[in-house]
Write a protein of this length. Structure first.
Length: 688
C-alpha cells in the first residue's frame, strides 16, 4: 500500500452492501469511488443492525458470490478490495442467540456470572470450527486484508463486561495453579485491594497466552487458503487491553503470520462532541503505534456513528483524518455510512469533503510518513500495568486499566506536546511506574521527570525517596480533607510565578481533586503552595529538586488522574508548566507552543531532511498568531520554511518569521489559525 506509486493519504472506505440492495450499492460504489478518490474498499459483512450474531455458514456461503463481484468490480477500477467480517467473538449479544447456529459452543461468562448467548469463548472448539469455515469463505475471495475486529478480546461482550470465566477457562486456570478455583474466588483474588494477589498475574498471563493462540489460529486459517492475504487488527485503545493481559508483540506476530500486518487504531469520537475529543484520537495513534511492531501498516479508524451529518460533520471527519496523517498514519479507514443500504450520495457532503481535502492530506502525509520521530515529553506505558495496579476496597474490574487521559490532555492543552518515542524528559503519573524495573526507574531519575502524587508515593516506597527530593508522602486524599485549600499560590519567579498570583484548586471537573501531603527535603525549591482563604501556606503543591545524579525532578502533589484538563488549564498554568518542563529539560525542550488561543494540539516530527511543525486549534476561536518555540539545534542547516496551504501546496509565507532568543529558536506564524484547518510548517534542511 504505502509505496512510491501509491497515494500517501490512503483512503480505505469501510462499506456495507446488504444483500437486499447489493446491486444498487455496488453500482454506486463503481460510480462514485473514483470521484471520492477512494483507494480501497473494505467490505463489511453481516453488520450492526442486521448482524446475525455468529453468522450462519449458509449466510456467508450465500454472500460469497457478492464478494467476488465486488472484488471484480474494484479490480477493474484499480481500487483495492479487502474484507471486514464484523465479528470474531462477537461485540455484544443485542438480543441474538447463536447457540443454535454453533451447537455446543461455549459462550463467554462474565466476572459477575453474567452469560452471553452470542459472544463465544476463545477456548470453544465448535466456535473455532465455525470461524474456520466462514473465514475460509472470506479468504477465497482474495482480499488484500482481512480485518479482525476489536471484539478479539476478553472484555465488552455485552451483557458480559469482563470475561471469560466459563468452566473451560476456570478448568485451565485451576490446572495452572494446582487447585480447584471457583469464579468467585478467582475474581475476589483479582480484585483484592492493596498489593495484587499472585493469581491476578497468573490469570492475566493465561488470558494473554490464549489470545495469542486465537490470533495464530485466525491467521493460519486464512493462510491455508491464501498465503498472500494480510491480517489487520482493530484494537480498543492500547491501555484497555491491559485488563486482559495482552502481550502486544507476540500477539501481533501471531496475527501477522509472516505477512505485513495492518493496524487500525481507534480514534474515538464516533459521535462528534467537542473538538477536544481529537486529543484522544492523537493519543490513541501514538500509543497504539508504540505497542505494535515497528513495521506495522497503520490505517486509523475514522468512524461516524450512528452515521450521517447529525452524528459527525464533514469538518470534524476531515479533522480526524488530518490528525491521522499529521501523526504519521499510512492511511485512514472510514466508516462513514450506515449499513442499511442507503446510498452514500444521500449524504453528499462526505464524498465532496474526501475529494476536496485529498491534496491537502496527500501533502501532509508525504512529509509526516517519512522515517523520523515525534518530539515532546515522553509518556510511559507498560503492558503489565494491570498486573501491578493496586486497587482500593470496592473498586470495580475496570479500575485495572491505567488511564493516562487527563494527564496527556492537560500537557497537550498547555502547549507541551507528548510523545511515546525516546526523549530525555519523562512524565510519570498514576501507578504505571510500579511495572518498571529499578534500573528503568534509575535511568529516568538521571534525566528530567515530572511526577504526580501517585507515582511519587510508589517511588518512595520503592526506595527512591532520596532521588525525588521527598522526605515523606501521604496517600492522596480529596483536597478538602486537608483543610480549606481553595487556591495554589504560584509565586516562584524562576518558574514563571509572581507575588499574589493564584491558581484555583477547583480542578477536579465535578469532584474534588486528590492531593498528597508531601514533605520535600530542605534543598527542594517549592514552586507553588496550597493556601487557605487567608493566603496562608499549608502544603507544597509543586516543587523542583536536583538529585545527586544531576537528574531533575518536579513533583506535583496532585493525583493527576483526579484532575480535569478544562479547569486545570489557564494562562498562568501554561506559564507554570512550560517553565517547569523547560527547567527539567535544561532549556532544551524540543517544542512548546505559545499564542493567543486555547486548546492547541501541536506536534514536531524530526526527519532526515526536514522538521514538520503543526498545530490543530481545538477551540472554536481562532488563534491570531502561533509561535513554535524549539531548542536551538533545530535552526541548524535550515534552508527554507514553508506553510501548507488548503490546496496542498507548500508556500513561502509572508506571515512567517524566525528568530533566536535565550538559546531557543522561535518560528512564528502571524496568521489566523482556525479550527477548520491545522497549521502545518515545513522546515527543510540544506542538502548535506
Ligand atoms: Zn471461556
Amino acid at each position: 500500500m504505502p509505496g512510491m506509486n501509491h497515494p500517501r493519504a490512503w483512503y480505505a472506505l469501510r462499506r456495507t452492501l446488504p444483500p437486499w440492495r447489493f446491486d444498487e450499492n455496488l453500482a454506486e460504489l463503481v460510480r462514485v469511488l473514483p470521484r471520492y478518490r477512494v483507494d480501497e474498499v473494505i467490505v463489511k459483512v453481516d453488520v450492526e443492525e442486521f448482524s446475525h450474531g455468529q453468522p450462519p455458514i449458509e449466510l456467508v456461503q450465500g454472500y460469497q458470490n457478492s464478494l467476488f463481484r465486488v472484488k471484480e468490480a474494484m479490480d477493474r477500477l484499480g481500487i483495492v478490495y479487502s474484507i471486514n467480517p464484523w465479528i470474531t467473538h462477537g461485540h455484544g449479544d443485542r438480543g441474538r442467540d447463536s447457540r443454535s447456529t454453533i451447537p455446543g459452543a461455549q459462550m463467554v461468562v462474565g466476572h459477575d456470572g453474567t452469560r452471553a448467548k452470542s459472544c463465544a469463548c476463545s477456548l470453544s472448539k465448535p466456535w473455532r470450527q465455525h470461524i474456520a469455515a466462514t473465514w475460509r469463505l472470506y479468504a477465497e475471495t482474495g482480499p488484500r486484508v482481512i480485518w479482525v475486529e476489536d471484539d478479539i478480546r476478553t472484555f465488552n461482550h455485552a451483557p458480559v463486561r469482563f470475561g471469560c470465566f466459563c468452566p473451560q477457562h476456570l478448568r485451565r486456570f485451576s490446572q495452572h495453579v494446582g487447585r480447584r478455583v471457583s469464579r468467585t474466588d478467582l475474581v475476589a483474588a483479582i480484585l483484592k485491594p492493596g498489593k495484587p494477589h499472585p493469581w491476578r498475574t497468573a490469570w492475566l498471563d493465561m488470558l494473554g497466552e490464549i489470545m495469542i493462540d486465537v490470533a495464530r489460529f485466525l491467521a493460519r486459517t486464512v493462510h491455508e487458503v491464501d498465503p498472500e492475504i494480510s491480517l489487520g487488527l482493530m484494537s480498543s485503545g492500547y491501555h484497555h487491553h491491559c485488563v486482559e493481559g495482552r502481550r502486544w508483540r507476540p500477539f501481533a506476530e501471531a496475527l501477522a503470520d509472516g505477512r505485513p500486518l495492518y493496524s487500525r487504531a481507534p480514534l474515538g469520537n464516533y459521535s462528534e462532541g467537542s473538538l477536544r475529543g481529537l486529543q484522544y484520537s492523537h493519543a490513541s495513534i501514538k500509543g497504539t503505534r508504540h505497542v505494535m511492531p515497528p513495521d506495522t501498516i497503520e490505517q486509523s479508524e475514522v468512524e461516524n456513528f450512528t452515521f450521517g451529518p447529525w452524528s459527525n460533520s464533514a469538518t470534524f471527519t476531515f479533522l480526524k483524518m488530518a490528525v491521522s496523517f499529521a501523526y504519521g498514519s499510512h492511511g485512514v479507514t472510514m466508516n462513514l455510512f450506515e449499513h442499511s443500504g442507503v446510498p452514500m450520495e444521500a449524504e453528499p457532503q462526505f464524498g465532496r469533503m474526501l475529494a476536496d481535502r485529498k491534496p491537502f492530506l496527500e501533502a501532509l502525509a508525504a512529509v509526516c510518513q517519512q522515517p523520523g520521530r515525534y518530539r515532546g515529553v515522553r509518556l510511559l506505558h507498560h503492558e503489565r500495568a494491570a498486573h501491578v495496579m493496586r486497587l482500593q476496597k470496592g473498586d470495580d474490574y475496570d479500575r485495572l486499566a491505567p488511564d493516562h487521559g487527563p494527564h496527556v490532555e492537560a500537557l497537550e492543552a498547555l502547549g507541551i506536546p507528548t510523545t511515546c518515542d525516546d526523549e530525555s524528559v519523562v512524565s510519570l503519573c498514576g501507578q504505571t511506574v510500579a511495572a518498571m524495573s529499578d534500573d528503568e526507574i534509575r535511568s529516568v531519575l538521571r534525566h528530567g521527570v515530572l511526577i504526580d502524587a501517585v507515582s511519587a508515593g510508589i517511588l518512595v516506597e520503592r526506595g527512591f525517596g532520596r532521588d525525588t527530593g521527598i522526605r515523606s508522602i501521604a496517600s492522596p486524599r480529596p483536597i478538602y480533607d486537608l483543610g480549606p485549600l481553595g487556591a495554589e499560590a504560584f509565586e516562584h519567579e524562576e518558574f514563571g510565578g509572581a507575588p499574589n498570583t493564584y491558581l484555583t484548586t477547583t480542578i477536579g471537573g465535578g469532584a474534588e481533586p486528590r492531593v498528597s501531603a508531601i514533605e520535600p527535603v530542605r534543598s527542594a525549591r517549592v514552586i507553588s503552595w496550597f493556601v487557605d482563604p487567608d493566603r496562608k501556606r499549608h502544603l507544597p503543591c509543586m516543587f523542583a529538586y536536583e538529585n545527586r545524579h544531576r537528574g531533575r525532578v518536579v513533583v506535583q502533589a496532585y493525583d493527576v488522574g483526579s484532575i480535569s484538563a478544562q479547569p486545570y488549564c489557564r494562562p498562568l498554568r501554561v506559564r507554570q508548566m512550560q517553565h517547569a518542563m523547560q527547567w527539567l529539560a535544561g532549556n532544551d525542550l524540543p517544542l512548546v507552543v505559545h499564542g493567543d488561543g486555547a486548546w492547541p494540539l501541536a506536534f514536531r516530527k524530526d526527519c532526515d531532511r526536514h522538521i514538520v511543525l503543526g498545530m490543530f486549534n481545538l477551540s472554536l476561536d481562532d488563534w491570531g498568531e502561533v509561535t513554535f518555540d524549539l531548542d536551538g539545534r533545530a535552526s541548524r542547516g535550515v534552508d527554507r520554511i514553508h506553510v501548507l496551504d488548503p490546496h496542498g501546496r507548500w508556500r513561502a509565507n509572508a506571515g512567517l518569521s524566525t528568530h533566536r532568543s535565550r538559546g531557543r529558536w522561535l518560528v512564528r506564524c502571524d496568521r489566523a489559525v482556525s479550527h477548520q484547518l491545522p497549521l502545518v510548517v515545513l522546515v527543510r534542511r540544506k542538502d548535506a
